[in-house]
Ligand binder design. Sequence first.
Ligand SMILES: Nc1nc2c(ncn2[C@@H]2O[C@H](COP(=O)(O)OP(=O)(O)O)[C@@H](O)[C@H]2O)c(=O)[nH]1
Ligand SMILES: [Mg+2]
Length: 304
Amino acid sequence: MGIFEKFKIGLSKSSKNFSFGIQNLVINKKIDSQTLGDLEDFLIQSDVGVIAAKELKQIFSQIKIDPKKNITNQINLIVENYIKNLMSPLEKNLFIEENIKPKVILVAGVNGVGKTTTIGKLGKILASNNKQVVFAAADTFRAAAIEQLEIWSKKIGAKIIKSEIGSDPASVAFKALEYSKKNNIDYLLIDTAGRLQNKKNLMEEFKKISKVLKKINPHSPHETILILDATTGQSALNQVEEFQKITPISGLIMTKLDGTAKGGILLAVAKKYNLPIIAVGLGEHENDLELFKAEEYAKAIMQH
Ligand SMILES: Nc1nc2c(ncn2[C@@H]2O[C@H](COP(=O)(O)OP(=O)(O)O)[C@@H](O)[C@H]2O)c(=O)[nH]1
Ligand SMILES: [Mg+2]
């Protein structure tokens, strides 16, 4: 299956809601202030955020739709181009060759957003591109988190560095980088705990992890990815805000876009924070993570 088909299937809940919603509001209607107001309300309800909703409203107030041509196509194309232009500059591929070995990727996010699963899926993409991958189980808070990462490590043939439950996450991260350096590993992916309710501790934890990594390689971590869960809607925006206070974030992955009809949340995050988007989660299975492509996302969400 091509990337576009995967985006299309994964985003089908959102696209049904989004593209049909817009079409229902605009087709066969006079584009007057009432219609534009309804459109803006609908866009805000779809989680695209206030700014994007205003901009799209503005675009629709200025365009001329040709009634002799296919109206649905014209509307789809307008929204698709808007999304594509907004999101293309944010596409970020972590996996282009850069001669950094090991590339250290720290993964952050609140509990349940999909950190461990996403690390497993990223590991799978890397392993199938013949990269050597190590996982560090630095979410030492819950035994299940360590076991879960271990299952993934077996599945994709990655080495896992772990310690007992309750042990110091920074020491796991340190051991993992030491091992990765010694064994000429390509990518080290570090899982972390996400107890945002205890922000001060979490901040200390990230500081400590970063400090010990820098003892081995002053440039590491090379990336700190924040994982967001699309089904949490507007709360995803707060999480970006809160985590940026805890540690610098270099990119985002949004999971569970398959599980929501409000996939517009990715647009809201992009518009508000301008952070690179690395990948999107489109399902629970091991192949359901796609590296982010703005054009495919835009097309899939407008379904054509
Ligand atoms: N539908 C769907 N479920 C996902 C996706 N990513 C993760 N999940 C599920 O979300 C739940 C929590 O994931 P987990 O990796 O344990 O989250 P963590 O606490 O952040 O490490 C699990 O049941 C995953 O299968 C996704 O893209 N789509
Ligand atoms: Mg986890």
